[in-house]
Design a protein around this ligand. Sequence first.
Ligand SMILES: Nc1ncnc2c1ncn2[C@@H]1O[C@H](COP(=O)(O)OP(=O)(O)OP(=O)(O)O)[C@@H](O)[C@H]1O
Ligand SMILES: [Mg+2]
Length: 703
Amino acid sequence: MAKDLSERQMTKDEKTAPGTGEPLSGEAGGPPSGKGKGRLDFSVLGRVFRMLLRVYPKLVPLTAFCILFCACCSVLPAVFQQKAIARIDAELKAEAAESAIAEPEAAAAAEAEGTEFISDRIDLGAHWSAASKDIVRLVLVLIGFYLLSIISSTAYRLLLAEITQGFLSDTRKKMFDRMQNLPISYFDTHRHGDIMSVYTNDIDTLRELVSQAFPQMLTSGVIVTGVFFVMLWYSVWLAAVVVIGVALMLTVSKKFGGGSAKYFVRQQKSLGKAEGFIQEMMNGQKVVKVFTHEKKCTDDFKKLNEELYNDSRRAHAYANILAPVIMNIGNILYVVIATVGGALLLIKTPNPSLQGLLRGTGIGVVTIDIVVPFLNMTKQFTGNVNQLAQQVNAIAMASAGARRIFDLLDAEPESDEGYVTLVNAKIGDDGSVTECEERTGHWAWKHPHRAEGTVTYTPLKGDVRLTGVDFAYVPGKQVLYDVSVFAEPGQKVAFVGATGAGKTTITNLINRFYDIADGKIRYDGININKIRKSDLRRSLGIVLQDTNLFTGTVMDNIRYGRLDATDEECVTAAKLAGADDFISRLPDGYSTELTNNGANLSQGQRQLIAIARCAVADPPVMILDEATSSIDTRTESIVQSGMDKLMEGRTTFVIAHRLSTVRNADVIMVLDHGRIIERGSHEKLIAEQGVYYKLYTGAFELE
Ligand SMILES: Nc1ncnc2c1ncn2[C@@H]1O[C@H](COP(=O)(O)OP(=O)(O)OP(=O)(O)O)[C@@H](O)[C@H]1O
Ligand SMILES: [Mg+2]
C-alpha cells in the first residue's frame, strides 16, 4: 500500500504543473471540508468532549470537580469581605448608639454637623474584640478553603497533563488506524502533506482546547455565574450596572472574537496547504532542480506563505486588540461602579436584593459593606469575562482542527464484505483438505456457507480469471473495456502495451485496490468480492513499478514480505532475486541502514530488494509490474534465472516494456487504450504477424 502511495505521488508530479502542487482530482485536496467556516462549531466541540469522556470516564469528571472547587473558592473572598465589613460596621453603629446614650448633647451636636460621635467613656476594646473574634473565625474558614483549593488545583493540573496527552495519543492512534483502512482512492485525492498537517497542527489545537480552553471556560464560567449570584444577593441595582457593562464587553468581544475566529480557521487551512507544498517539493527536489524551477518554487511558496502570514496576522491582530479593549472596559466599569455606588450610598437609595427577598430582611438601603465588596467583585467578574472571551480564539482554532481530524476519522474506510478466508492446509493423499495452524506451504480458501451451516475448503491453486471487466478511476473516464484474462494455475501471463494502456490498472483490480464497475474477477472459482481483502492480498506477491523501501536495515526490508521469516530465509530469497551479490558488498551488508526510500541505493538495487521481499513472502500468485525495468540487461539475465525459479509453479502476471522479458510467458496480452487487442503465446503472436509482431520487430509503436 505504501508503495501505491508513492505511485500516486509520482503520477501527481507528472500530471500537475510543476510547483503548483495542485491535486490531480478536481477536489479541494486534503481533509479540510470547509465546514465550520469561521463560526464556532459546537457540535464538533461536543464530539471532542464525548470522545474525551470515553477515553477517561472517571478522570474527566474528577478533574472537572477539582476545577469547580477551585473556582468556587475564588468567589469566597467577596463573601468574606462583605461579611467582615458588615461586622465592623455593625460594631461601629453600636458604639455610636452607646455614645449617644452616654453623652446625648455631644452626639446631637455631631449629628447636626453630619458627623459620627464616639464617646471616650464607652469601652472601645470590647467592640473590637467582639468583631475580631468573628473576623478571625472567618479568616480561618477562608484559610481552610484555600488549603483545599491548593490541593485540588495541584491535582487538576496533574490530571490535566495526563488527560491531555493521553487523549492526543489516543486520537493519533485512532487516526492512524483509520488511515490504514482507507482505500487507495483516498490518497489519490488528498494531499499527503495536508494529511500530515492533521497529525501535527490540528492535533495541537486539540491540546490547547483540552489543556487550556476547557478548564479556563469551566473556571471562568463558574466564577462569573457565582460572582453574579453574589452580586444579585447584595444589590440588584449595582448588579444591573455590571450587566450593562458586560453586555458592552460581549458586544465588543463578539465583534473582535468573531473576526479572529474566522481567521484562525483560515490559518489552520493555510498551514495545511503550506505543509503539503513543502512535502511535495521535498519529494520532487530532483525534478525541481533539473528543470531549474527553484525560483518558481520559491515564488509559489512565497504565495502560500503570504496567505498563511495574512491569515495568522489578522487572527492574532484581532485577538491582541480584544484583550486590552475588554480590560479597559473592565476598568471603566470599575470606576462607574465606584461612582454609582458612592452616589447610591450618599442618597441612601433603597437596595432591593436577593438576600432581602429570600431572607425576608426587607429592601434596606445601599451601605458601605455592599459598595466596597462590589468593586472587587466587578474586577473579578470582568476579569473572568475577559478570560472567557480570550478562549473564543482557542476554541475556534480547535473546532477547525477537530473538524479536520474528524474528516479523517470519518472518511469512508475500505469496505470489506469478504467472508472467504485463507488458511494453512494439509492436503491428504486422497486430495482432502484439512485446516491447520502451522505453515505447511499449502493454503486453502475457507468458505463458510451460512445457510447450510457448513464450511468448504478449496485448495489455493492460483487460477485467476477476469471476465468482461470494465473500470474507471473517475466516473465517466473509462480506463478498461471488456477485459477478459484467464490465468490457469502456474501460468505466466504477460501484459504488454503502451504507457497508460491499463496494465497496472488490471493488477490494481486483482488486488482490489479499486473495485470494478462491471464484469467479474474469480480467484480459484471464487468471486474476489467474497474473499476477505487482507487474505486476498496475502495470497498475492507484488513487485510494483516504483519500489518503496522503508527506514530500517536491508534485512528488515526483505523481511517485510513475511515478518516471521528467519535471517537465513531472507538471505535465500535475496540470492534467488540476485540481490545477495550487491548486498554483500554494501558497507554493513544486510545490516546496512536504508533511509528515504533507499536513497543510498541505485534504482535497480532497490528493485532487487523488492523482488527479494516478494520472494520471502512465498505467495502462490505473483504480480511483477516492471519489476526489472531499472536493472541492466546483464544483471537482468542473472535475475531472470532467479525470477524463473521464483515463478515456478506460481501463477504470475508480468508487465514489461522490454518484450524480451516476456517472451517465455504462456500467454501474452496486448493492451491498447484499455482493450485487449491480441492474445496468445509469443510464437503464436509472431506467426499472426499482428501488432505484437510489429512491436517485437520494432516496426510499430502503440500509441
Ligand atoms: N489513480 C488514478 N486515478 C485516475 N486515473 C488513473 C489513476 N491511475 C491511472 N489512471 C489512468 O488510467 C489509465 C491507465 O493507467 P495504468 O497505470 O494502468 O497504465 P499502464 O498501462 O500501467 O502504463 P505504464 O506502462 O506507463 O505503467 C491512464 O490513462 C491513467 O491516466
Ligand atoms: Mg503501469
